[in-house]
Design a binder for this molecule. Structure first.
Ligand SMILES: NC(=O)C1=CN([C@@H]2O[C@H](COP(=O)(O)OP(=O)(O)OC[C@H]3O[C@@H](n4cnc5c(N)ncnc54)[C@H](OP(=O)(O)O)[C@@H]3O)[C@@H](O)[C@H]2O)C=CC1
Ligand SMILES: CCCCCCCCCCCCCCCC(=O)[C@@H](N)CO
Length: 327
């Protein structure tokens, strides 16, 4: 009996610190967890006529949401509308506008129903070493990916604040290249890193209006945009980006909505992304006390894994240059 008591006591002493940490985290995590409904809500998706945005629109329609999609090409919008109508029976509203044009975006928001879930998904990516890349292309990516996102949020926010008492979401489509800088993506990574600062600051500004911000971080995703990108992607960009594999747009859309519905601030899309999110948790909000526990406990080990990835990438860069110098 004494032996049993001793081992029980030892077990208790062993479990006490993690249990105490879990309790502390349960008490302190902020903002508090909240559920965002999608069914019968108005989901407005920019870049919704192709790739991940089209998959998001299809997923939202399948879950019974009212869906609007915004993009530049009216032909691609009409095609997307037809595809979703045929596959889900849902009639999607379409808005032709360039997110770089604040007035055009504002007009679309005025015409649209009040937005309950805004997914700022549009994005362009032209991978090239900065030295070779024209500043016009640098500006193009920053204007569409970052300034365009400001335009969309600024136009949508006033009406989103006036809505009913049901929680709302503003989700930003970032990229794993928005968590770690990648060779050939200087402008693209900068535009996606910018979304993080936007999102962290915006969440503090809108929390009192029951609006919840999510950042979605996909790896390479099989879309028309990626197909186009592959035509000119530097070999080293490909080697490094392949560290996180490839996903289908539909898989990314499912992960995105899972995160949006639980108002997760950081939404990874695959295992590498989950590791990357722990490695880059920084000062971002964490609503799940369980995830907070993992972040706190795994921080050191994940940092070691991250340093192994950097070791591998820089060795690859060195080898590539050595081989190409000889060639
Ligand atoms: N594919 C990938 O590997 C990954 C993509 N991402 C991100 O996911 C998002 C979608 O990418 P993906 O689906 O691959 O891209 P696609 O090129 O397949 O689709 C991009 C969409 O954005 C729209 N768009 C582009 N420029 C503008 C603009 N100036 N104003 C309004 N709409 C615009 C396009 O329509 P139109 O041209 O008619 O305007 C289209 O609907 C981007 O933010 C991207 O950075 C993140 C990680 C990986
Ligand atoms: C701590 C451990 C880290 C674990 C693994 C890290 C792997 C990072 C790989 C980065 C992949 C970047 C893909 C960019 C996709 C994209 O956005 C372009 N296709 C343009 O759209």
């Amino acid at each position: 009996m004494a032996y049993f008591n001793l081992s029980f006591l030892a077990l208790l002493l062993l479990l006490l610190p993690p249990l105490a940490l879990l309790l502390i985290l349960y008490l302190i995590v902020r903002p508090r967890p909240v559920k965002i409904p999608i069914k019968n809500r108005h989901v407005f998706i920019t870049g919704g006529s192709s790739g991940i945005g089209l998959a998001l629109a299809h997923q939202a329609a399948s879950e019974g949401a009212r869906v609007s999609i915004l993009a530049r090409s009216i032909d691609k919008l009409e095609e997307a509308k037809k595809y979703i109508q045929l596959s889900t029976g849902i009639d999607v509203s379409i808005f032709s506008a360039d997110v770089r044009d604040y007035d055009a975006v504002s007009k679309a928001v005025e015409e649209a129903d009040p937005i309950d879930v805004l997914i700022v998904n549009q994005g362009v990516f032209v991978p090239e070493e900065l030295e070779k890349q024209g500043l016009d292309e640098v500006k193009f990516m920053v204007d569409v990916n970052l300034i365009g996102s400001f335009n969309m949020i600024k136009a949508a926010l006033p009406k989103m604040k006036k809505g009913d008492s049901i929680p709302r979401s503003i989700a930003l489509m970032s990229s794993q290249a928005g968590q770690v800088g990648i060779y050939g993506y200087t402008a693209y990574s900068a535009s996606k890193f910018g979304l993080r600062g936007l999102a962290e600051a915006l969440q503090q500004e809108v929390i009192s209006h029951d609006i919840h911000v999510s950042l979605i971080f996909p790896p390479d995703t099989d879309t028309p945009g990626l197909t186009e990108e592959m035509k000119k992607r530097p070999q080293l960009s490909r080697i490094i980006a392949e560290s996180s594999g490839m996903m289908k747009a539909e898989e990314v859309a499912k992960k995105a909505f899972k995160g949006i519905k639980s108002a997760a601030f950081i939404v990874p899309c695959n295992l590498e992304g989950a590791l990357l999110s722990i490695a880059t948790a920084g000062m971002s909000p964490q609503r799940s006390f369980v995830m907070a526990f993992v972040e706190v406990v795994a921080a050191g080990l994940v940092r070691l894994v991250a340093l192994f990835f950097q070791w591998n990438w820089y060795n690859g860069i060195h080898t590539w240059h050595a081989q190409n110098k000889r060639a």
